[in-house]
Design a protein around this ligand. Structure first.
Ligand SMILES: [Cu+2]
Length: 169
């Protein structure tokens, strides 16, 4: 009986620490405008990024000028795979609540729902969510980590490969 409990406790602890390790794995942080050393223009199409890969230096602060030139809503999100996976369920919820539509965002509804559930506001320093024909800048300071991907987590888009590789030197 005691042994059984102990095994459960161990597996529970292992799964928690794996989750924590992923979360604390730094992908960088929001950058300051005065630290920007490079500007990269990014176009979002249905369903891919242009450019489709990025080479950055560790410690570099880049301003991404992101423009959605597609017909659908797209996201530009700097994260690692497990962060993307987690964020995809938030985005799925936004679709179910009809905040996130295929080609638009219901901003009034977003405002209302986010009072009850903060994640519905979609305010993340590492991401911009854009309606077609709109643009926004994102300033990011990269740190020395592997497995960073720039991806779109609008439901279905990640699965069809709306992912850009990031190589950090
Ligand atoms: Cu997309």
């Amino acid at each position: 009986m005691f042994k059984h409990f102990f095994i459960i406790l161990i597996s529970f602890t292992v799964s928690i620490s794996t989750a924590l390790a992923d979360k604390s794995m730094k992908v960088g942080k929001k950058g300051k405008p005065e630290d920007v050393t490079r500007i990269i223009k990014v176009l979002m199409y249905d369903n891919y990024f242009e450019p489709s890969s990025f080479k950055v230096q560790s410690g570099e602060t880049i301003k991404f000028e992101v423009e959605n030139v597609g017909e659908l809503v797209h996201e530009f999100n700097i994260a690692n795979q497990s962060m993307h996976k987690e964020h995809q369920s938030e985005m799925q919820k936004m679709v179910e609540m009809e905040i996130l539509l295929a080609d638009s965002i219901d901003k009034d509804k977003m405002k209302k729902m986010s009072k009850m559930d903060k994640s519905m506001a979609h305010s993340h320093a590492n991401s911009v969510l854009l309606e077609p024909k709109s643009s926004k800048d994102l300033i990011w300071k990269f740190e020395n980590v592997s497995n960073i991907e720039i991806a779109c987590n609008v439901p279905g888009h990640y699965d069809v490969g709306m992912i850009a590789k990031v190589e950090i030197n």
